[in-house]
Each structure stands twice: as structure tokens, then as C-alpha cells.
Ligand binder design. Structure first.
Ligand code: PLP
Length: 417
């Protein structure tokens, strides 16, 4: 079994598991209790907060633990929108955000806020001059991701932060995919709020954090007890928090070497595919990308068929297309980058991580081209039958026609970068 879907979720790191399991066993307690059991877990919780803060370059007091990235994004956007309602009602975000941001902004739009959806170019990058031009005296928040979950494209968050700081507008950065893959420095980025999620960096699912710069106004999303300094009510997920702290500590220690190793594997994977298959395009490779992610379009193939065939061979990857009610919907990210729908339908995301080796990449490279060729041929036979061209004989005529069709290439100009 080969797992190449680390952007979806990561296996829990063994040292993280070791760190948090005692909190499901003997080290129990409610951090709000003042007796020994409570004090014990409270100390562990604050220790984890310090580790997360050290990893992200913020103060421990600025870290609010949440139930994951989605909650952190919701809290940032709805929290600031609500706190700044008296000042304005305009939010700027981009078309390629994760649904945790997109749908939160859509919700606020329905609630009467006005949202500017910034376009991106073919490399997946926003136009910063356009961003600045969109700012009005009603703008209360800019929300832009650090790295795209589908393509790995890295936004110029430092420059976005500088614009936001100059115009005195809070900037929320969804850093869920960036954390653990590229260095993050909360202060240097001039970001006001920053979301991370445990299960993308070796901690379990259901834990995350929102960093809120001191002085930034954001109303809580969840009301109740006084936990997290009245900013996030509810008894803390102590085991999850301990796990996130440990995962951040480990990521900080390994980031330098691991990102180089993963970039090497990713490059080998891309070059191996480009060398073996025509009519392949790498999406978003024109700019800065995460070291572990590649999003590849295979012309003439439906991603779900490719994904299913790889799955049968024990290889787990992900497709940007989602099948809803029998209709294949293409990725909003690729659409925003101008990837034509036919090509976007054949796009696969490979996201590598800690347990992937060079041997995994070679196994993939030994299998993938054959599968793609088979699917392309099957699709070609199907299309011929559909047009009544093969007279029920999948023989000579098909081969000739196929060569003819392929000579022009699926792209016409063989755009394989
Ligand atoms: N933001 C980005 C960029 C993501 O990739 C994800 C998850 O895939 C999220 C937010 C949501 O995080 P979670 O799964 O912890 O809710």
C-alpha cells in the first residue's frame, strides 16, 4: 500500500501518539479543575501552547485551540466580521480558497456583507495591485491562504500582509497546508490571524489552532465557559492539544531536511511522468509551490477512473474533481487558473509525506503510464463506438485513427511543462 494523499490527512506520527495516549489513560483531568488532576493536564496544555507558539513564531497567549482548520477559519472570518461590523462590511478573499474559507465568506455574503473574490492567474497567483485596488474604507478583512491544498501554490503572504498592515486591515491567513511543509513566521508575515490543523502535520484529526494577534478584535464563534481566555468555550481536547504541540515540535525539528527530501521525490515523480507520457500538464508549476505537492492533468482521462485504477493497485491519491449526483464537477481551483474543463477533469493531486520513499515513487512510475494509456485507449474506443465509427471492430481502423488524433496531441501544442 502506498499513501500519497498527505494533503488530505497524515498518519499520526508515532512520537505524537506516544505523547498523547497517556492523556486518554492515566493522565486524565479537566484543565479547569483546581485539584491535582486538573493542574496536571493544565500544565500539559500550556506546554503544548508554548510549542505551537514557538513553531509559528507567535506568543503563547495568541494561540487559541480549536477543533481543526475549518473551525479556525470560521472563527477568524466570522469573528472579525462580527467584531468590525460597525466599521465596515467588505471582505476580500480569493477564488481558490479551501471551502472552509469560501463557504464562510459565501455565508457572510448572504448575511449582507460584501465580498470581493480575487481572480488568480494561470500559475494560481493573485494580482496584488488588484488586491490593493479593491480595498475601500469599508474593508474589514482580507483572507488569503498560505498554500493551496490542491496545487501546492504558495501565495506571497508576506506581501499581502504588508499591504494589509499599511492599510490597517486585519489579514487572516489559512496556513493549514503550509504548516509543517514550509517555515511560518507569524510576526514577519504581518498576519493578524492564522489557522492551522493538526491532522495535516502528524497530529490526529479534530484539533487545530487559530493564532490571533494581540489587539485584533474577533468575536468568539462558540459561547459557553471561560476556556481559552473566553475566546473558545468548551472543555479542551487535552489529548489533541498535547498531540498538536508534539507534532509542531517534531515538524520544527525536521522541516529543513524533510522539505528538501520531499521536493526531490516530487521532482522525480513529475519528471518520470513527463518523460513517459505525452499530453500531461503540471498545474501551478510556474511559481512557488509546496515541496510535497504536485497536481497533474492527464489529457483524455477522467481523474476518477485513474484514481480507482491506482487504488486497485494499492496507491492512494486524490482527484480535484468531485462527483456529485453522477456529474463530474471540476475543481474550482483549476477552473480559476483557467485550466480548460476537459483537462481539469483528468487532474490528480499527488501529495507526499514522511513515510514516502524513493521506492514508492518508482513503483508509481512503473504503474501509472500503463494505466493512463489503457484509459486513454478505452476512452478512444468508446468515443469511436459512440460516433458509430468502428463498425463494432476495435481493430486496424481504430489504431490508425487514434494515431492521427494523437499526432495533433490532446493539447494541440504538447504543453507539458
Ligand atoms: N484549509 C485548507 C487549506 C485545507 O486544506 C483544509 C483541509 O483540507 C482545511 C482548511 C480544513 O481543515 P480541517 O480538515 O482541519 O477542518
Amino acid at each position: 500500500m502506498i499513501y500519497m494523499d498527505y494533503n488530505a490527512t497524515t498518519p499520526v506520527h508515532p512520537e505524537v501518539l506516544e505523547a498523547f495516549l497517556p492523556f486518554y489513560r492515566e493522565s486524565f483531568g479537566n484543565p479547569s479543575s483546581i485539584h491535582w488532576a486538573g493542574r496536571r493536564v493544565k500544565a500539559a496544555l500550556e506546554d503544548a501552547r508554548e510549542k505551537v507558539a514557538r513553531f509559528l513564531g507567535c506568543k503563547p497567549v495568541e494561540v487559541i485551540f480549536t477543533a481543526g482548520g475549518t473551525e479556525a477559519d470560521n472563527m477568524a472570518i466570522k469573528g472579525v466580521a462580527s467584531a468590525e461590523r460597525g466599521k465596515g462590511d467588505h471582505i476580500i478573499t480569493t477564488r481558490v480558497e479551501h471551502p472552509a474559507v469560501l463557504n464562510t465568506c459565501l455565508y457572510l455574503e448572504k448575511e449582507g456583507y460584501s465580498v470581493t473574490w480575487l481572480e488568480v492567474d494561470s500559475a494560481g497567483q493573485p494580482d496584488l495591485a488588484r488586491l490593493e485596488a479593491c480595498i475601500t474604507d469599508r474593508t474589514i478583512l482580507i483572507s488569503a491562504m498560505y498554500a493551496n491544498n490542491e496545487t501546492g501554490t504558495i501565495f506571497p503572504v508576506g506581501e499581502i500582509g504588508a499591504i494589509a498592515a499599511r492599510r490597517r486591515i486585519p489579514f487572516h491567513c489559512d496556513a493549514v497546508q503550509a504548516a509543517g511543509k514550509v517555515p511560518i513566521d507569524f510576526r514577519e508575515m504581518k498576519v493578524s490571524l492564522l489557522a492551522v490543523s493538526g491532522h495535516k502535520l502528524g497530529a490526529p484529526q479534530g484539533i487545530g489552532a487559530l493564532v490571533v494577534r494581540q489587539g485584533i478584535k474577533a468575536h468568539p464563534l462558540i459561547h459557553g465557559g471561560a476556556q481559552e481566555r473566553n475566546r473558545r468555550a468548551g472543555t479542551e481536547n487535552v489529548a489533541g492539544i498535547v498531540a498538536l504541540g508534539k507534532a509542531c515540535e517534531l515538524a520544527q525539528a525536521s522541516l529543513g531536511t524533510e522539505s528538501g527530501r520531499l521536493a526531490g521525490l516530487r521532482d522525480r515523480l513529475e519528471n518520470g511522468i513527463l518523460a513517459q507520457l505525452p499530453d500531461v500538464r503540471i498545474n501551478g508549476d510556474g511559481g512557488k509551490r509546496l515541496p510535497n505537492t504536485t497536481n497533474i492533468s492527464f489529457a483524455g482521462v477522467e481523474a476518477d477512473s485513474l484514481l480507482a485504477n491506482l487504488d486497485l493497485a494499492g496507491i492512494a491519491v486524490s482527484s480535484g474533481a468531485a462527483c456529485a449526483s453522477g456529474v463530474l464537477r471540476t475543481s474550482h481551483v483549476l477552473a480559476a487558473m483557467g485550466v480548460e474543463p476537459g483537462l481539469a477533469k483528468g487532474s490528480i493531486r499527488f501529495s507526499l509525506g514522511r513515510e514516502n520513499s524513493a521506492a514508492d515513487v518508482e513503483s508509481l512510475l512503473a504503474l501509472l503510464p500503463g494505466i493512463v494509456e489503457r484509459l486513454r485507449n478505452a476512452d478512444y474506443e468508446f468515443r469511436l463506438e459512440d460516433k458509430g465509427l468502428n463498425n463494432g471492430r476495435p481493430g486496424e481502423k481504430n489504431k490508425g485513427s487514434r494515431r492521427h488524433e494523437r499526432r495533433g496531441g490532446f493539447f494541440g501544442d504538447r504543453r507539458s511543462s
